[in-house]
Design a protein around this ligand. Structure first.
Ligand SMILES: [Mn+2]
Length: 334
């Protein structure tokens, strides 16, 4: 299993309430030097990023670059969409920006993660839906054709920052990718986004894997209402156990990459807790893949007992609260 983490976890953690962030961002050398238990990192490309410094720090530590994200969300010029924009100049700029990331990824042996964060709509009568859809499909075709040896992975999300984002679920993402029909074009499941949609996580994953279109996984957790980006495996342990079971069973060979936002917690500890949860669930899921279908019910109930023992969040009442707070001690504030 290849485990990676998004370096944005070490940024200043600005949100719309604390626009200056909750801490000073750490520098690349401190971050890479402090990482343990993972074999790759990913980041969003920005011209301000010290790429050479980052690459040499990773090489020194023996870390791969799993994925490079395309920032088509932070510049106001993308505010009404980028790759699907109805303005051909904006669309062209979005393509050219992404070509730069594809060049970098080709060099680094990474895939390119495309999350079209501003492509969507907020109000009725704001969008020409069929044109937007077609624009996005054509942009994806151009990106995939630009360098056929680099994988382009489309990440869906139902909302935030737009009220409705496109693609917003696995069905839309898969339809888009199948319409573009390029071998090097696939899908990233961000488990938090999938939980927000309310779709069945394992069903979504199986669907993409069975079409050979699952290129990347972003792991985090939430309480189902928003994109909380909590440490992986602190809430949805059973759902994640099943998802990993199907990932192993259907031969997923991509990265398991943490996309977490520890606004107030220690980012190194958040990634350590996520890694520990992933390894624990992976080991349990792997054992389950060897169990015949006729015995799986019995084995799963044993595994669930085990999950209750390792994760006190599953207990009820006061004990649950006590255990939860004991558990949360691992997240020292920064
Ligand atoms: Mn993500």
């Amino acid at each position: 299993m290849k485990i990676s983490a998004g370096l944005w976890a070490f940024g200043n953690m600005a949100d719309r309430f604390a626009t200056g962030g909750y801490r000073e961002p750490l520098n690349i050398t401190e971050v890479i030097g402090g990482l343990t238990g993972i074999s790759g990192v990913e980041f969003n490309y920005s011209p301000a990023l010290p790429i050479e410094e980052l690459k040499s720090a990773c090489a020194e530590k023996g870390l791969s670059i799993s994925s490079i994200g395309v920032d088509l969300f932070s510049d106001p010029k993308w505010k009404f969409g980028a790759l699907s924009s109805e303005d051909p100049n904006v669309r062209q700029q979005a393509l050219e920006h992404t070509y730069k990331v594809i060049d970098l990824a080709s060099d680094a042996g990474a895939l390119v993660n495309v999350w079209p964060g501003q492509d969507g709509y907020d109000y009725p009568f704001q969008n020409n839906y069929p044109i937007r859809w077609q624009n996005m499909v054509e942009s994806l075709e151009k990106l995939a054709d630009y360098n056929k040896s680099v994988k382009i992975s489309l990440e869906y999300k139902p909302r935030e920052p737009r009220v409705h984002e496109v693609p917003g679920n696995m069905g839309e993402a898969l339809l888009m990718v199948e319409e573009a029909n390029r071998r090097n074009l696939g899908i990233t499941i961000d488990v938090g986004h999938s939980l927000m949609v309310g779709e069945g996580l394992s069903h979504a994953l199986s669907l993409a894997l069975s079409k050979n279109k699952l290129f990347h996984l972003h792991l985090n957790d939430n309480f189902g209402l928003g994109d909380d980006d909590l440490a992986f495996g602190v809430v949805h342990r059973v759902e994640f156990l099943e998802m990993i079971y199907w990932a192993i069973k259907l031969g997923y060979d991509g990265w398991y990459s943490f996309d977490v936002f520890p606004y107030r917690e220690n980012p190194f500890r958040t990634i350590e807790v996520s890694t520990k949860n992933l390894l624990d669930l992976y080991e349990k899921a792997k054992k389950l893949t060897g169990v015949p279908d006729t015995q799986i019910g019995e084995r799963i109930s044993e595994v669930l007992q085990g999950l209750r023992r390792v994760n006190p969040i599953f207990q009820s009442g006061i004990k649950c609260l006590q255990s939860y707070f004991a558990f949360s001690v691992v997240f020292e504030p920064t």
